[in-house]
Design a protein around this ligand. Structure first.
Ligand code: PGA
Length: 219
């Protein structure tokens, strides 16, 4: 069986000092857990290198993901970070988070460009969908189902409904499907034990390293 995906989305949180404190705790994790499960941490751009080098220094098998990517290749696009630049630090990239769709007006057209840029350089896009009807572009292999009502609300979807959505997404293609939205160490197993849920995307609860370790243990 494939490994369970556990993806930490640190969103727009953490300074370098705060990241250093997080890593100080996280490096006490039982390294065997990191062989059994596929752990991916998605820090803000400013901390990609910091997390990558710290995981390497401590021999921790943790992959890096970015939270966003430019829809453009390199060029005169002030403020953008392009796929080639991200690929120097990361293996994965989140695309289509509902916070980006709503706060930054990311349309399906823009998201398709982002997905293409990621795939061109060998970054694995993790497409976030809000329900089973969100379009899934060609080339996507990993999808995270995150209903907007569940994000940061303390009100997760039920494992049964998430399983239903994961099942219907899998009827459309050969996808790995994750669930995200108000996950904690107490509720994670209910989701990862569903047969069509291949892992989880964790926001708020990943900000404390101790809780994230417990999530990895319990998943
Ligand atoms: P949450 O966020 O775990 O804080 O609900 C999940 C996400 O937005 O990726």
């Amino acid at each position: 069986m494939d490994k369970v995906f556990l993806v930490a989305n640190l969103k727009s949180y953490k300074t370098q000092k705060e990241a250093s404190d997080w890593l100080e705790v996280f490096r006490n994790i039982d390294v065997n857990l990191l062989e059994q499960k596929l752990v991916i941490v998605c820090p803000p751009f400013t901390l990609l290198e910091f997390f990558k080098s710290n995981f390497a220094l401590n021999n921790l098998n943790v992959k890096i993901g970015a939270q966003n990517i430019s829809p453009f290749e390199e060029g005169p696009y002030t403020g953008e970070v392009n796929a080639k630049q991200i690929k120097e630090f990361a293996d994965y990239v989140l695309i289509g988070h509902s916070e980006r769709r709503s706060n930054f007006s990311e349309t399906e057209v823009i998201l398709k460009e982002k997905i293409n840029r990621a795939i061109e350089v060998g970054l694995e896009p993790i497409l976030l969908v809000q329900n089973e009807n969100t379009p899934i572009a060609t080339g996507i292999k990993v999808i995270a189902y995150e209903p907007t009502f569940a994000i940061g609300s303390g009100n997760p979807d039920t494992p049964e409904n998430a399983e239903k959505i994961a099942t219907s997404i899998k009827q459309k293609g050969d996808y790995r499907v994750l669930y995200g939205g108000s996950l904690t160490s107490a509720n994670i197993k209910g989701f990862t034990s569903q047969s069509n849920i291949d892992g989880a995307l964790i926001g708020g609860a990943s900000l404390e390293a101790e809780e994230f370790i417990k999530i990895i243990e319990n998943a």
